[in-house]
Design a binder for this molecule. Structure first.
Ligand SMILES: [Zn+2]
Length: 52
């Protein structure tokens, strides 16, 4: 898959679980440094035992 058509770089979020870009819905948590860590919505990618 080509990645040249991704939207604005500032809007791209990287999932902290799987390391992939998050397209669409996401969850996030705030760190003590007030930066945000993003996850795929529902952290689905972290549940390896679940089938999509
Ligand atoms: Zn993920």
């Amino acid at each position: 898959m080509k990645q040249e058509n991704w939207a604005r770089a500032e809007d791209v979020k990287i999932c902290n679980i799987c390391g992939k870009m998050i397209i669409g819905e996401y969850d996030y948590t705030l760190t003590k440094r007030k930066s945000k860590i993003y996850f795929h919505k529902g952290m689905k990618c972290g549940r390896s035992t679940e089938k999509a």
